[in-house]
Ligand binder design. Structure first.
Ligand SMILES: [Zn+2]
Length: 261
């Protein structure tokens, strides 16, 4: 167990998570999406770690705004980021199928291109965990800022192919508000009710509701459940202008509807 990769949340801004990767008895660390440098520097000092690399999922400022200051503190820092986006001081441009080998932590990630929230958004996929940025949230998904509903739909479908136990590390703490929407769509879904209680207790103690797992999201996330009859029925009931009940049409309607809430 000592050599297992540890993933520690660092809270930033109102609801962002910067994920800190480290191992017991190893002074090296990597962070995912450091939107702000100060909380990262504090966490590194608290754990007595030195920062070797940064993994960026997409170009939004709340995910990459801390790079410059971190690079000042650690001049040899390697900055991985999507090839299709403008990432401050990126040293390694990544695209679909490439592998990132974090030598000092002895672990590797496969790169998935998952457009929709932004056009070049990538995920870092490890054997049993994924950093999915703002594409997939627990019980929800990212807004479509640059891509199309079709792109985001297909990006999310890819997560269904992962083993059920795969842990999902998302970029924001949006779970409780997402679960409200999920419950509106599937009032009878006991898993949603049960998970809402768990998350309310966690948030009351200021603890993260993340990571989630693929198995859990398949049970509670409406954006992964667009083939479910009860969800389709309720979506059509509230949205009379949907032309058909194809999963992509339901997904498109849900994403637009969620934006209005
Ligand atoms: Zn974003």
């Amino acid at each position: 167990m000592q050599n297992q990769l540890q993933v520690t949340p660092i809270s930033a801004f109102k609801d962002n998570y910067i994920w800190l990767l480290h191992k017991a008895h190893n002074p090296h660390a990597v962070v995912v999406d450091p939107g702000d440098a100060a909380p990262v520097l504090n966490a590194l000092a608290a754990h007595q770690l030195t920062l070797d690399a940064i993994l960026i999922t997409h170009h939004h400022a709340d995910h990459q705004g801390g790079i410059s200051l971190l690079k000042q503190a650690f001049p040899d820092l390697i900055v991985y980021g999507p090839a299709k986006e403008n990432i401050t001081e990126r040293t390694h441009a990544l695209s679909e199928g490439m592998r990132v080998h974090l030598t000092t932590l002895d672990c590797a990630f496969e790169v998935w291109e998952i457009p929709g929230h932004t056009l070049g958004h990538i995920a870092y996929v490890h054997s049993d965990l994924v950093f999915c940025g703002d594409t997939l949230f627990s019980a929800g998904c990212g807004r479509i800022f640059e891509g199309t509903p079709t792109q985001l739909f297909h990006s999310l479908e890819r997560f269904k192919t992962l083993p059920p136990h795969t842990r999902l590390y998302c970029g924001h703490e949006y779970t409780l508000s997402n679960l409200k929407f999920a419950q509106l769509l599937e009032p009878e879904n006991q898993q949603i009710i049960k998970h809402q209680k768990i998350c309310e207790a966690l948030r009351a103690q200021d603890l993260p509701t993340l990571p989630s797992t693929v198995a859990l999201e398949l049970q509670i996330n409406p954006f992964l459940r667009t083939q479910e009859n009860s969800l389709i029925h309720n979506t059509l009931k509230y949205n009379e202008n949907i032309s058909d009940n194809h999963p992509l049409s339901i997904f498109t309607a849900l994403r637009a509807w969620k934006n209005t809430l």
